[in-house]
Design a protein around this ligand. Structure first.
Ligand code: NAI
Length: 351
C-alpha cells in the first residue's frame, strides 16, 4: 500500500490509520482539504477486499466531500472515514467506541456522520467517545436520517434542469425514470408524484419495488430503466451507472439523480453534453444530506435547512448556463467552481 502514489491521492492534508487490538477496529480517516472549515463526511463500514481498496475509497470519497461542501456553500472541508469490516458481522459497541476515540484524537479536524454500513444508532455510540459527530439529533423532521433531505435536493435539481431545458419547472405529466428505489429513491418518488409527475422505477430488491409501487411508481425491469423513454433519468442506486456502454442508450434529455459517482469517468460527462443531455453533477444535486447534517451540528432550524437545500437549484442553473456558454461539460464546470471556492478560500452561501 502506498498513500502518496495511490491514483486517488490528490494532495490530501491528512490520512490517519487506526488499529485497536481489543475491538478489532481497523480504520482510516482522510481529510482532503480544510480551507473552508473542518472536514465533514460519513463513516463507511465495508468488507474491503484489502487495505488498498479501503485506502482508495477513503481518498476518493473525502475528495468528493470537499467539492460537495464547497458547491453547497457550506463552511466545511472534505473528509471521510472507512472502517474495514462487514457491518453485519464485525460491528460491536467496543469497535464503535474505539472509532470515536480515534476521531476524538484528531481534535476536530474531521467530523463524522452516517454512511453506508453505519446507522444513526451506531453514530450515537461513536458520540459517546467523541464530540465530533453530526447527524444524531432525535428532533427535526426525520430523526437524523439525511436521505429525505437528499431527495429534496434532487427534487429541486430536477426542477431546475427542466426549467433550464424547457423553460418551465412544472412537473405535471413529466416522466421520470428512477434507478434504485431505496431510501432516497422512495422519498423522491413521493415528492415527484405530489407535483403530478409520472414515475417509473426499477430496483434489484423486490421489496423496495413493492414499496415504490405503493408510493405510486410504475415498476419496470432493471435492464430497461437507463434506456427508458422518459424526460428525466434519476440514477439513485450505485456509482458508475453511466459508463461507455450505457451513455449511448439514455433517451432522457435530463440526467439528475442522487447516486454518488454516477459517471464512470469524465468522458461520459462530455458525451452527455455532446448528446444534448443536461447532466446535473451528482456532487451538487445530492448535497441535501450534507446540508442537513451541517445544520444539525450548527443547531439550525428546519426552515434554514430547507431554504439552503432549495438553493441547490440556483447553483445548478449557474452550472448549466456556464456549460452552455463554454461548451464544457457540466461536471467539469462544477469542479472548476468548487475549486474557485476552496482553493481561494472563497465561501459563498448558496441560499
Ligand atoms: P439505498 O441503499 O437505500 O438504496 C439504493 C437502492 O438501489 C437499493 O434499493 C438497491 O436495491 C438499489 N439498486 C442497487 N443496484 C441497483 C441496480 N443495478 N438497479 C436497480 N436498483 C439497484 O441507498 P440510498 O441512501 O437511497 O442512496 C442512493 C444513492 O444516493 C447511493 O449512491 C448513495 O451513495 C447516494 N447518496 C445518498 C445520500 C443519502 O442521504 N442517503 C446522500 C448522498 C448520496
Amino acid at each position: 500500500m502506498t498513500v502518496f502514489n495511490s491514483p486517488y491521492f490528490d494532495g490530501h492534508e491528512l490520512v490517519a490509520f487506526k488499529h485497536d487490538a481489543r475491538s478489532g477496529l481497523r480504520a482510516i480517516v482522510a481529510v482532503h482539504n480544510s480551507n473552508l472549515g473542518p472536514a465533514l463526511g460519513g463513516c463507511r463500514m465495508y468488507p474491503y477486499a484489502n487495505d488498498d481498496c479501503a485506502l482508495d475509497d477513503v481518498l476518493r470519497l473525502s475528495r468528493s466531500m470537499t467539492y460537495k461542501s464547497a458547491l453547497a456553500g457550506l463552511p466545511l472541508g472534505g473528509g471521510k472515514a472507512v472502517i474495514m469490516g462487514d457491518p453485519s458481522k464485525n460491528k460491536s459497541r467496543d469497535l464503535l467506541l474505539a472509532m470515536g476515540r480515534f476521531i476524538e484524537d484528531l481534535g476536530g479536524r474531521y467530523i463524522t456522520a452516517e454512511d453506508s454500513g453505519t446507522t444513526v444508532a451506531d453514530l450515537k455510540i461513536i458520540a459517546e467517545s467523541s464530540s465530533y459527530v453530526s447527524g444524531v439529533l432525535d428532533g427535526g423532521r426525520h430523526g437524523g436520517d439525511p436521505s429525505p433531505y437528499t431527495a429534496e435536493g434532487v427534487f429541486h435539481g430536477i426542477k431546475a434542469a427542466l426549467k433550464f431545458k424547457h423553460g418551465s419547472a412544472d412537473l405535471a405529466d413529466v416522466h421520470v425514470a428512477i434507478q434504485g428505489a431505496g431510501a432516497v429513491g422512495r422519498h423522491l418518488i413521493s415528492l415527484l408524484i405530489l407535483e403530478g409527475a409520472r414515475v417509473f422505477a426499477a430496483d434489484i430488491n423486490t421489496r423496495n419495488c413493492e414499496l415504490a409501487r405503493l408510493a405510486g411508481a410504475h415498476i419496470i425491469a432493471c435492464d430497461e430503466i437507463l434506456g427508458f423513454a422518459a424526460d428525466v433519468l434519476a440514477p439513485c442506486a450505485m456509482g458508475a451507472a453511466i459508463n461507455a456502454d450505457t451513455v449511448e442508450i439514455i433517451q432522457a434529455g435530463i440526467v439528475a439523480g442522487a447516486a454518488n459517482n454516477q459517471l464512470a469517468n469524465a468522458a461520459q460527462g462530455e458525451r452527455l453534453r455532446q448528446r444534448g443531455i443536461i447532466y446535473a453533477p451528482d456532487f451538487m444535486i445530492n448535497a441535501g444530506g450534507i446540508i442537513d447534517v451541517y445544520y444539525q451540528r450548527a443547531e439550525g432550524s428546519s426552515a434554514s435547512t430547507s431554504a439552503h437545500i432549495a438553493g441547490i437549484a440556483a447553483s445548478l442553473t449557474e452550472v448549466f448556463e456556464r456549460s452552455a456558454a463554454s461548451g464544457v461539460s457540466t461536471a467539469a464546470v462544477a469542479e472548476g467552481m468548487a475549486e474557485e471556492r476552496f482553493l481561494l478560500g472563497k465561501h459563498t452561501k448558496v441560499a
